[in-house]
Design a protein around this ligand. Sequence first.
Ligand SMILES: C[S@@+](CC[C@H](N)C(=O)[O-])C[C@H]1O[C@@H](n2cnc3c(N)ncnc32)[C@H](O)[C@@H]1O
Length: 247
Amino acid sequence: MVAPGMRRYKVRTEAQASLVGPEGSSPLDLPAIFGRRAPIRLEIGCGHGEFISQMAAAHPDEDFVGVEYDRLRITKGAHKCLGLGATNASFYGGMAEDFVRDRMPTASARRIYILFPDPWPKPDHRRRRLMTRAFLADLSRVAAPGCRFIFGSDTHNYTMQVLNNLTTLPGLWRNLYPPSGYRINIPTRFPTVFERYKKEEGDTIAYLMLERTDVPAPVLPAPHRPPRGSKTQQGIPGCHSGKTEST
Ligand SMILES: C[S@@+](CC[C@H](N)C(=O)[O-])C[C@H]1O[C@@H](n2cnc3c(N)ncnc32)[C@H](O)[C@@H]1O
């Protein structure tokens, strides 16, 4: 069911559509898409576009790529960018795993943001989590040397899982939050919808920030993940944050 506030995004205006790239599996020609060669920032699971639109407006000399499964949220993200006068963003619908593997050029991103990915807090559902070792290897290919990877989640065992998976890809990333490897409740310039909501609820948020080295990334086989919308997903909304768990 579509929430009443989202109905207006069912149909894309021409201007909104101009910020949405075609679906498919062919690699993106980023200079052709943006009409220039500028640093690229990638947001995965950009949701309602709160963060990417404000970032794009704040950094007119850089270009922003957003990938998001939910079509209406893509349109809303484009709408927000236009509202802020930012045309340096391009949104793509679909699964981030496929998008990163097939469409993002090697060493193309100088920042990668994954903020409040679906946490799948129940043990039985954790295999649905996005941040597998294979996905991190694909992200490592897309990250240019010096690229920063920023991750935030209120599901602490997910944050620890990401850190653990990264240690199995030795030498690819340098942790910028020593000695623990993460930081809790740091102030953020443009909070996402989920970030605001979770902070208002009093939850603790753990953030990661890592910097890509120049060690080449391995290519790992993708793990089997049940397709989106399959039986084990029923009853679990696509953009829920679930029960907060700590480790
Ligand atoms: C919990 S919401 C967080 C949205 C936003 N980042 C925020 O912090 O407000 C997670 C978002 O990721 C999207 N998403 C989840 N899995 C995805 C996937 N595999 N590929 C692309 N988008 C995905 C969902 O549709 C949803 O919009």
